[in-house]
Write a protein that binds this ligand. Structure first.
Ligand code: ATP
Length: 239
């Protein structure tokens, strides 16, 4: 199957400082591909480039038959790629339901269609349905992350780019949110995942790339990398 998302020879950075050097990867429908690595390796920078927040110095990003390179973020969203940035930025003084409706707003779809999609999000995350009238700012960290993901899903994206979804969550919540990402992929949404939680990320990833200092230093299937002694020693504490 040809890739849905394809990044080739990306060189990325800020002003004149290059922090990502010659990175290539792709993502097929139904797959979870994880980008892993230590702080500052360039993972978030790659997510920003893929979602149109920064323009690559060099290289190309394609989504299906569209060339995303240099496109603005709202155009990228329109083509079916949704980015859930690190830090779950939900609108705290709005309710859960209002946050989800806003997620659908950019679609300019009929209200009935948005309602159907919001119901799908409630099926995926029942706790959000139970708390639909609660102010988002009063949700727990894990619930806010579910809401951030749910808001992206209201547009039924082809590609979901999740940046550190488990950051600050309890192990149980991290497990739940990443299991949901796996389920979404199985149902057809391709998931590009940036994670610090290497063990959990490799559990759900079909393939993963390890970045160090802006370069891919190791690639493999989730299963291969979970057993790789270099990963064990560097990231999993050797046990
Ligand atoms: P973390 O896991 O800590 O978020 P990361 O792998 O996502 O790390 P990036 O946030 O992509 O790493 O950062 C890669 C490099 O780019 C770092 O050296 C960082 O200091 C630098 N950087 C990030 N954002 C900017 C910016 N807005 N301006 C200048 N440099 C930046």
């Amino acid at each position: 199957m040809s890739p849905l998302l394809s990044a080739q020879g990306l060189h990325l950075g800020y002003r004149d400082l290059e922090v990502v050097h010659d990175v290539s990867f792709d993502l097929r429908a139904g797959e979870v591909v994880a980008l892993l690595g230590p702080n500052g390796a360039g993972k978030t920078t790659i997510m920003k480039a893929v979602s149109g927040l920064i323009r690559p110095f060099r290289g190309t990003i394609r989504l299906g038959r569209h060339d995303l390179t240099g496109m603005a973020a709202h155009q990228v969203v329109g083509l079916g790629l949704r980015h859930v940035p690190e830090g779950r930025r939900v609108f705290g003084s709005m309710t859960v339901a209002e946050n989800l409706r806003l997620g659908g707003y950019s679609m300019r779809r009929r209200p009935a269609e948005i309602r159907t999609r919001i119901d799908e999000v409630y099926q995926l995350f029942p706790i959000l349905g139970q708390r639909s009238h609660q102010l988002a700012g009063t949700l727990s960290g894990g619930e806010q992350q579910m809401l951030a993901v749910g808001r992206a899903l209201v547009t039924r994206p082809q590609v979901l780019a999740l940046d550190e979804p488990s950051l600050g969550l309890s192990p149980r919540m991290s497990h739940e949110i990443l299991s949901t990402a796996r389920r979404l992929a199985r149902d057809g949404t391709a998931v590009l995942l940036v994670e610090q939680n290497i063990r959990e990320a490799l559990r759900i990833a079909d393939r993963a790339h390890v970045l160090e200092l802006g370069r891919i230093v190791l690639s493999g299937t989730g299963r291969e990398l979970a057993r790789d002694p270099r990963i064990e020693a560097t990231y999993l504490g050797g046990h």
